[in-house]
Structure formats: C-alpha cells, structure tokens
Design a protein around this ligand. Structure first.
Ligand SMILES: [Ca+2]
Ligand SMILES: [Ca+2]
Ligand SMILES: [Ca+2]
Length: 150
C-alpha cells in the first residue's frame, strides 16, 4: 500500500541505534565479558564493532569498549569477528602484549587499542548494516550495494 511504497528502499536503523555511513551502531549501557557482549550483538542480528577505516575509528573513540577483535583461536593472529585479518590498527605502543594470555581487543579512552583478558568486563558497540525493505524495488545502485549485506 501507500505506506509500504514510501518505506521501500529507504534504509534505516531500529530505534535506539545510531545511523552513519550505511551502518547502524548500538552503544551498550552495561558492561560484560567479551563473549557475553558478542552474544548480545549476535542476538540482535549484529556483531561487535569492526573498525574499517579512520572515519569509523574517529566516530567510535572517546569511550571504552570491546572491539570485535581477538586472537583467541591462534595466539598472535588477530582476527575481526567478520573473519578479516587486522590491517588498519590503532594499537597502543607495546600492545598487544598478551600479558597473562590476553586475547580480546578493547578501545581505551584515548582511542588506542589494547588486548585484555577474557574475564574482564567492558562496554561494547554492536554494528550491522542498515536495513532495507526490499532490494528488488531499489532504483539506485549505490543504495543496493550498501544494503546488499542484509
Ligand atoms: Ca591466547
Ligand atoms: Ca593473545
Ligand atoms: Ca595488553
């Protein structure tokens, strides 16, 4: 009907999520272990934040939270939760240092990254692509490519 037509192809984030550059972000109010934080994101069809570029780093820094980054599977082999290897990095000098088997990445208040232990708790950010009502109805290619992940 009329309303559906208006909504078709319009990207949006659910209420409570911040929209930016085709992505939706949810900033947690509680803190949890990395695993629990990740499960919370997965339950909302999202995942822990992956920092893809400088802009995203700038947008999400100035707070302390878990990154979707870990070397839990293979020591010193840092992978993002989407399976991509760590390339762009804002690690603190001397980090990651794997002190007492630290396997999970965090963002510190100064924007620098560090590895910390699995039993630590932290705030987190869930991230997912914005939602599109119907790809078949989209007229702009740009929009379609931005939404094709969903
Ligand atoms: Ca380890
Ligand atoms: Ca480690
Ligand atoms: Ca460390």
């Amino acid at each position: 009907d009329e309303v559906d037509r208006l909504l078709i192809g319009v990207p949006w984030c659910q209420s409570g999520w911040d929209q930016d550059q085709g992505r939706c972000y949810l900033f947690s109010r509680a803190n949890q272990t990395w695993e629990a934080a990740r499960n919370s994101c997965l339950a909302q069809n999202a995942d822990l934040v992956v920092i893809n570029d400088q802009m995203e780093q700038n947008r999400t820094m100035s707070r302390v939270y878990w990154l979707g980054l870990s070397d839990q599977k293979v020591e010193s082999q840092w992978l993002w939760v989407d399976g991509s290897p760590l390339k762009l990095s804002f690690l603190s000098t001397g980090e990651p240092n794997d002190s007492s088997n630290e396997d999970y990445g965090t963002m510190a208040i100064d924007g620098c990254w560090n590895d910390i232990n699995c039993y630590m708790t932290d705030y987190w950010i869930c991230k997912k692509p914005w939602f599109c009502y119907s790809l078949t109805e989209l007229t702009t290619l740009d929009l379609a490519s931005q939404c094709s992940n969903h």
